[in-house]
Design a binder for this molecule. Structure first.
Ligand code: MN
Length: 401
């Protein structure tokens, strides 16, 4: 058995004759569309079973006509007729509601479910997919933040692999392939530092939504871009890493690396460090999650060392970017605390995007929730669902007060 506590087992896809069947939850978002780009590059190796979207019916229809899935789900019921009419003649089944989402992931032929919807909404369908024995390509880090213990335990029971799509976690995964029998001393999670790296609290007082939405290296959805600016993204990733790789809090180090070329690193117990590098392009971790343990050709742009004479590293500023500190605290405390942190953050980001609270007030609101919501040491799934709702309500009311 493996010495380290990883959830991965090596699979043998060598000389595969059959196509890999893929279901994409959230196919119209940033990761979803990039997943389809990856698949398009090697279309002979894949078959799309299901595509799902929340409300972007136009793009879902376009994708369905191009990739010919068996079924699609549009969870916004008001868009159902539009999608149904567009796909009626194409032998593609159309479903709606969140319940349908949990059902389509069980589809028999599917090998891998890509979970690329945003936030807490990913939890239930991911659980359904694992229960049905489907391997997961995980882009929805919130799922592991909220219920990491329950998810990883269930994955072990079902013999299901969770392949990370998050670039840092993919980097760590790529470093430990071939090392599953070796102990990890620590991991080094790199962070770009976001658009506000080096700024003081006073300077952050008045930053606008537009400034926060401008990430220097990565092109991503709105929620994760704000999380990157506030360093909450790194905080959520610390918690995600704990569950994916079976680590203790003090085995996870965050280092700011503004060029985003080293995507993360692993230090083994002989002191040797392995890092994974490349241009910041989500399509590479997405592809690896779909093709592990194989690497297949693509035409994406390559990294050239000579274009980067300087790769630099610095410590994160935990006083200015309090969210990262709060995430470490939530992880240390355990129980439902990471769930509370996540729910409070989702509301804080919403309120910031609606320009109802300032950038720095996001951390204040999250900290308030962590102090006020009832702590549960060993929460059940139902407890977590309740804590999530309670926190959202509290955060919204707090703002109104
Ligand atoms: Mn990441």
């Amino acid at each position: 058995m493996f010495q380290n506590d990883c959830t991965f087992e090596l699979e043998h896809y060598f000389l595969e004759k059959e196509k890999k069947h893929i279901t994409i939850l959230g196919s119209t978002g940033s990761i979803g569309t990039q997943t389809l780009e990856v698949i398009e590059q090697n279309i002979e190796q894949f078959e799309i079973d299901v595509l799902t979207a929340r409300a972007n019916a136009e793009l879902l229809i376009q994708q369905a006509l191009k990739f010919k899935p068996n079924s699609v789900v549009i969870t916004d019921e008001s868009k159902y007729n539009m999608v149904q009419n567009a796909l009626f003649d194409h032998d593609i089944k159309v479903y709606t509601t969140d319940q349908a989402l949990c059902e389509v992931v069980e589809m028999q032929s599917t090998d891998i479910v890509v979970t690329s919807m945003v936030g807490y909404a990913g939890l239930k369908p991911t659980l359904s997919a694992i229960k049905a024995g489907k391997n997961i390509a995980l882009a929805n880090k919130e799922t592991l933040v909220v219920a990491g213990e329950i998810i990883t335990k269930l994955a072990r029971e079902k013999g299901v692999n969770i392949y990370p799509i998050d670039s840092e976690h993919s980097a760590i995964f790529q470093c430990i392939v071939g090392e599953f029998h070796n102990k990890i001393e620590k991991i080094i999670l790199t962070a770009s530092g976001g658009p506000f790296r080096g700024k003081t609290r006073a300077e952050l007082e008045k930053v606008t939504k537009a400034q926060a939405l401008k990430h220097p290296n990565w092109d991503m959805g709105a929620k994760i871009t704000i999380d990157s600016a506030s360093l909450m993204n790194k905080g959520l990733e610390v918690i995600e890493a704990k569950w994916l790789f079976g680590l203790k809090t003090d085995q996870i180090e965050v280092v700011v690396h503004p060029q985003s070329i080293i995507h993360s690193a692993v230090q083994f117990q002989d002191g040797s460090i392995k890092a994974q590098m490349g241009l910041p392009d989500m399509k590479i971790p997405i592809q690896y999650a779909l093709t592990y343990p194989n690497r297949i050709y693509n035409s994406f742009k390559r990294f050239n060392f000579l274009d980067y004479s300087n790769l630099s590293f610095e410590a994160p500023d935990l006083e200015t970017f309090k969210n990262l500190k709060l995430a470490f605290q939530a992880l240390e405390k355990g129980g439902n605390m990471p769930c509370v942190l996540n729910a409070a953050n989702e509301i804080a980001v919403e309120l910031f995007l609606e320009e109802k609270i300032s950038f720095l007030q996001m951390s204040e609101l999250i900290e308030k929730c962590m102090q006020q919501i009832t702590f549960i040491k060993t929460p059940s799934l139902e407890d977590l669902i309740a804590s999530d709702q309670q926190t959202r309500l509290f955060a919204r009311n707090k703002k109104r007060a």
